[in-house]
Design a binder for this molecule. Structure first.
Ligand code: HEM
Length: 516
């Protein structure tokens, strides 16, 4: 019991010494004994997770991952227990349906493998990684972070609201918000001042999804401003990268949570109350309403879905369904403004296809090929989900893009890095809508590498809604206005960082209403 003979100062000195020994041993293990030791990657990333986390918190990770793939190849060890893939086959191997899936019903939490690595979860299925998805204690899981069985149930129920029939019924509601956007932009454009299109696209998509998920809009378009909830989503995005980093050190998360000011907790409480009230009002409106929660409400009693569970799923629709679509609309507008030939061709396609504005609807915008090509090229260059969404390899390991990967490994495809890799796309940094229209110059592109909505059972349920909204909004904007980019937004794209979501600045544009 030599320890008992030490003075308090000597005991205190033992803390940094033990920590140093622990860190040195972990690094040695990660470099020389870890099952992933044969995969290539830069030494700091193979040695500790910090090299990855610092890039994540600095908002440069997706850009750095591209440089890593160019240097080390299509599979890179980006953290001791994590691999990044830039091989199109990885999409299906990681996200696709896997034969002989086990019956795990949870997502994967930490298995505590020394560097905060992932637990294995159940056999067969690649699981979402809790350290990234961060379910909150006391808040029910939603469709995005639910385990496999609960997810399947939620997905089946919610699919109803995304069916073609539902979307047709939702058309008048969506069109109403696009009408309002155009009216507001006409007012703003008349004075000849700059208009921040990124904000206006956000107002529109948040109002639409607010109505479809909670039965009422956020009033962003009416008030020409963000609702506090919408503002909070942007504010919290950057903090999310910090929490995802600290998730590897649970004791630090507890400390940070304990330090959160009471005012913040009160705000959170207020927010929960507000969404609950919105939801109750939606429920009072009756079950028969063509929106995204109709299916959930109809099954709520049968499946014992609590009010809190319904609230969590409505809320995730707001986040998943609005910022993504608005980001893409901002991106495509920027690319068109800085590529005048593409803008000219698209404007001609839209203005030549209709006699009156009333003819622009879900069905008619879906027949415009250049419009779709412009959106797809923007999705490639500016994917709204630019980061790699991590999965955990199940028990027994898996083969991904021809590589055997041991169980508990975290794996991801980083979209921005995949789409800017010249192994897959010619001129990856140049906006070429023609690549999606069969132009022989791009015949060697690996189009299957492009999966902005992911693949498999947990892909985007809102893909069709997103396309229809983006087509309709962009067509109506270009039908009504000639656009010119303001000097202060010329470098809009190059200034941006990625904190899970793009941190977009103002996209200032001059609008000239087209005389009709
Ligand atoms: C351009 C627009 C959009 C893009 C790029 C996009 C992309 C994605 C991606 C990559 C995922 C997979 C997330 C994961 O693996 O964790 C996803 C899931 C999801 N998206 Fe979208 N999304 C878009 C628009 C929408 C819209 C309009 C909605 C409708 C409200 C929506 C609702 C959802 C939901 C509910 C999920 C979870 C699905 C599940 O887990 O089964 N998204 N989206």
């Amino acid at each position: 019991m030599a320890l008992l003979n030490l003075t308090p100062w000597q005991l205190l000195a033992l803390i940094p010494i033990s920590l140093t020994i622990y860190v040195a041993l972990s690094i040695a293990y990660n470099l020389f004994l870890h099952p992933l030791r044969h995969f290539p990657g830069p030494l700091p990333m193979r040695a500790t997770r910090w090299a990855f986390s610092l890039r994540h918190m600095a908002g440069t990770l997706p850009f750095d991952v591209l440089a890593l793939h160019k240097r080390y190849g299509p599979v890179v060890r980006v953290a001791p227990n994590e691999l990044a893939f830039a091989d199109p086959r990885a999409w299906r191997d990681i996200m696709g349906h896997r034969p002989g899936q086990g019956s795990s019903s949870t997502t994967s939490s930490s298995g505590g493998d020394g560097d905060g690595g992932a637990g294995a979860g159940g056999a067969g299925e690649m699981l979402k990684w809790d350290k990234f998805y961060m379910p909150v204690e006391g808040v029910p899981r939603d469709i995005v972070n639910a385990g496999r069985e609960e997810h399947a149930l939620l997905r089946r129920t919610m699919a109803h609201g995304f069916s073609e029939r539902s979307m047709r019924e939702q058309q008048p509601l969506i069109k109403g918000y696009v009408d309002l956007l155009v009216r507001k932009l006409r007012e703003k454009g008349e004075g000849g001042g700059k208009v921040d299109m990124a904000a206006w696209y956000n107002y529109t998509t948040f109002d639409v999804i607010g109505d479809l998920a909670f039965g009422e809009s956020f009033g962003c378009l009416d008030n020409s401003d963000y609702h506090p909830w919408v503002k909070a989503i942007f504010e919290v995005a950057r903090a999310g990268t910090v929490f995802q980093t600290l998730a590897h050190y649970p004791i630090l998360v507890k400390l940070l949570l304990a330090l959160i000011p009471t005012k913040f907790l009160e705000e959170r409480e207020k927010h929960m109350k507000m969404t609950l009230e919105k939801l109750k009002r939606r429920m009072e409106a009756g079950k028969e309403r063509a929106d995204l929660v109709e299916g959930l409400l109809k099954r709520a009693d049968e499946w014992g879905l609590t009010l809190e569970k319904l609230q969590a799923n409505s809320a995730i629709l707001i986040i998943g369904g609005s910022e993504t679509t608005a980001t893409l609309l901002s991106g495509v507008t920027y690319f068109l403004l800085t590529n005048p030939e593409a803008m000219k061709r698209l404007t001609a396609e839209i203005r030549g296809a209709f006699r009156t504005e009333d003819e622009i609807d879900f069905a008619s915008v879906s027949t415009l090929p250049y419009l779709l090509a412009c959106l797809d090229e923007a999705l490639r260059m500016y994917p709204p989900v630019p980061v790699g969404l991590p999965r955990v390899v199940p028990k027994g390991g898996a083969t991904i893009a021809g590589h055997y990967v041991p169980e508990t490994t975290v794996v991801a495809v980083h979209q921005w890095a995949m789409y800017h890799n010249d192994d897959h796309f010619k001129d990856p940094f140049v906006y070429h809508p023609e690549r999606w229209l069969g132009d022989p110059a791009f015949a060697d592109d690996h189009k299957e590498a492009f999966q902005p909505f992911h693949v498999g059972p947990r892909n985007c349920i809102g893909k069709n809604l997103a396309y229809i909204e983006m087509r309709l909004i962009l067509a109506r904007v270009l039908w009504n206005f000639d656009l010119q980019i303001a000097e202060d937004s010329l470098d809009w794209m190059s200034k941006q960082r990625i904190y899970n979501l793009w941190e977009k600045g103002k996209l200032n544009v001059y609008l000239t209403p087209v005389a009709k």
